[in-house]
Design a protein around this ligand. Structure first.
Ligand code: SF4
Length: 453
């Protein structure tokens, strides 16, 4: 029996839309860390297992559940059964951290909520449970009940340079299943002759510090933390050599950092270039002649750029002050270097009007001329707990009363309430935005992607 079972929850709707080839890296990171320090765990991924299959497999003394706003029901069900079987139930992840208080107040099946990095919290908890001690006191990055109080422990960010290489052969992970699912993806045009997988080397973004950053961003990390370029080189090489991967989606939010890229380039010169192409994220503000030239030398095939809006006023209000000139220049540089583009937009940003949506649509059309485009992602904004727009919603008494003490939401209702209060789109802004988004996405013949950050 494993000491810990780590579960990724999914709901049916999400499982259909999700990229099944995406390995649950956050859980793989955790499981590898636990194993390095002597604790065996197992991952149960709801992308391949039904809720019933997951609950039948529950046997571990500690069950850790990762969920998002679309899979809360599934989390509740799994937590209930795990609790009935006598496990200590811990939930965590992007959605859990900002909702810790509400989760602990309302769901008695949950014993604790991991806040941010879960590595040390889970390890310390496991060591205690192994000795028959159930106390959360003194464990970092955790919230728990103490009588009627909710206690939040000290928050410590883990140093990524100390982490082991994430082991894709950890119990519960069958990489072939993930890799084979790449050709079923419905959120990216499938590439030919590709064995693809995902990775990430960095957490956070230098622009999300304090209350700064994009209005819609619900990233729980503040600032940017990186693995070293050597760790990245070794992990890419491991994926290539062990799994024959030739295309890596590196989902680090801020992959483009000149000093880090220079170090990676030195490793390419010293140990040889990697035989895999990369798709990375880049911010327009980080795309310049120098970074594009390094991207090219590092084998970057495609860059995903969050452009969000074609209206400079909207970009400024929403914490992403970029000009159209900067956007066009960045896209032209990528195009000139033969790097492909995935551009992403969010409809329904604060102060959105029909005219600003038009500007966005027109900019998207314009930049298509400057760079080979792989796909454009159109999304209607989804206010998520932890984002600045969620805080702004909670400043409105009526919305605070409706949502402030809850952790379960009707996502569409939240979107409608937000749009009514923060956009200038007339009486049925929600329908206008979803229809526009569906139409724009349908032009590409690829199903609409749910927007979860
Ligand atoms: S959306 Fe991206 S660029 Fe904006 S703050 Fe979040 S991580 Fe940074």
């Amino acid at each position: 029996m494993k000491a810990v079972q780590l579960i990724k929850c999914c709901n049916i709707q999400q499982a259909i839309l999700s990229d099944k080839w995406y390995a649950p890296l956050n859980l793989i990171w955790l499981a590898t860390y636990l194993k390095t320090y002597g604790t065996e765990s197992e991952i149960l991924d709801g992308i391949f297992l039904s809720e019933e299959e997951i609950t039948q497999k529950l046997t571990a003394p500690i069950v850790g559940i990762n969920f998002n706003v679309l899979s809360i029901k599934s989390m509740e069900e799994i937590a209930k059964i795990a609790k009935t079987k006598g496990s200590v139930v811990v939930v965590g992840g992007q959605a859990a951290t900002p909702l810790a208080r509400q989760l602990l107040m309302k769901d008695k099946d949950i014993d604790a909520v991991v806040l941010g990095d879960g590595e040390e919290a889970l390890l310390q908890l496991t060591k205690r449970v192994e000795k028959g001690i159930l106390s959360f006191e003194g464990i970092p990055n955790i919230a728990y009940r103490k009588g009627k109080e909710i206690i939040f422990s000290e928050n410590k960010q883990i140093d990524l340079t100390t982490l082991p290489l994430p082991n894709r052969r950890i119990a519960g992970i069958d990489m072939d299943k993930y890799i084979d699912s790449f050709y079923d993806t419905n959120t990216d045009p499938v590439l030919d002759n590709v064995r693809a997988t995902n990775a990430y080397m960095k957490k956070g973004c230098p622009r999300r510090v304090g209350n700064h950053g994009c209005s819609f961003c619900a990233r729980i990390d503040r600032g940017l933390r990186s693995k070293t370029a050597l760790q990245a080189y070794e992990e890419y090489a491991y994926l290539i050599n062990e799994f024959n991967i030739n295309y890596i989606y590196d989902d680090s939010d801020s992959w483009v950092k000149p000093s880090w890229m220079r170090n990676l380039l030195s490793l390419y010169s010293e140990f040889g270039e990697l035989r895999a192409k990369l798709r990375v994220y880049a911010d327009v503000r980080d795309i310049n002649e120098n970074s594009v030239s390094m991207m090219k030398d590092l084998g970057v095939d495609t860059v995903l750029v969050g452009i969000e809006s074609g209206d400079e006023r909207i970009l400024r209000i929403n914490g992403k002050p970029m000009t159209k000139e900067m956007i066009v220049k960045a896209v032209k540089l990528l195009g000139g270097a033969g790097i492909k583009l995935c551009d992403a937009y969010v409809l329904g940003l604060i102060s959105e009007t029909k005219s600003s949506v038009e500007k966005t649509r027109s900019l998207a059309q314009q930049i298509g001329h400057y760079c080979e485009r792989r796909i454009t992602y159109w999304n209607v904004i989804m206010p998520l707990p932890g984002s600045p727009i969620w805080s702004a919603m909670m400043d409105i008494p009526q919305l605070r009363e409706k949502y402030g003490n809850e952790y379960k939401f009707n996502v569409e209702e939240v979107q409608k309430d937000y749009i009514n209060h923060f956009c200038h789109l007339g009486t049925d802004g929600y329908s206008y935005l979803t229809n526009t988004c569906n139409y724009l996405q349908s032009l590409q013949n690829i199903p609409l992607r749910k927007y979860i950050r």
